[in-house]
Design a protein around this ligand. Structure first.
Ligand code: HEM
Length: 121
């Protein structure tokens, strides 16, 4: 697949992940726990988004010729990806914190975009 196909896939998957996280944080906050309507669809968006972010991330790396080494900015993005994946546990365990968690999510997403675009490390 072409680099631009992977790039657009990356963007679409990022939208799915953050849409899912938005629904899960709001649902858990309002219900004070994990029993809320449409939880399944937001969980699926979260999981499918994560999968395709990783898939398209490695696809872009292959197209950019990054096949033998992994630069620090990629390692940092993988760590952010892991944190965004694991965050689902915290969302359900401490739902009252979710309104603060939104700020963290925006910062984490912005950091991943910054790392991908400017490759500062
Ligand atoms: C939630 C996590 C992530 C977000 C929000 C994110 C965001 C972005 C964005 C916005 C770009 C476009 C930069 C540009 O076109 O200038 C990008 C590019 C890229 N991302 Fe991610 N990314 C994430 C995770 C990952 C992961 C896990 C990997 C690696 C496995 C990865 C690898 C890449 C690569 C290789 C590029 C292309 C850089 C280039 O065109 O030179 N990303 N990312």
């Amino acid at each position: 697949m072409d680099l631009s196909v992977y790039k657009i896939m990356h963007y679409v998957a990022i939208m799915a992940l953050f849409f899912g996280l938005g629904g899960l944080t709001l649902g858990a906050l309002n219900a004070s726990g994990k029993n809320f309507a449409n939880r399944k669809i937001f969980s699926i968006l979260h999981g499918v988004g994560l999968f395709f972010i990783l898939f398209s991330g490695f696809g872009q790396m292959a197209r950019l010729g990054l096949t033998t080494s992994m630069p620090h900015w990629v390692v940092a993005k993988i760590i952010l990806w892991l944190i965004l994946g694991a965050s689902i546990a915290l969302i359900f365990r401490k739902p009252a914190l979710n309104k603060y968690f939104w700020v963290f999510l925006i910062v984490a997403g912005s950091l991943a975009a910054y790392l991908g675009h400017l490759k500062p490390i």
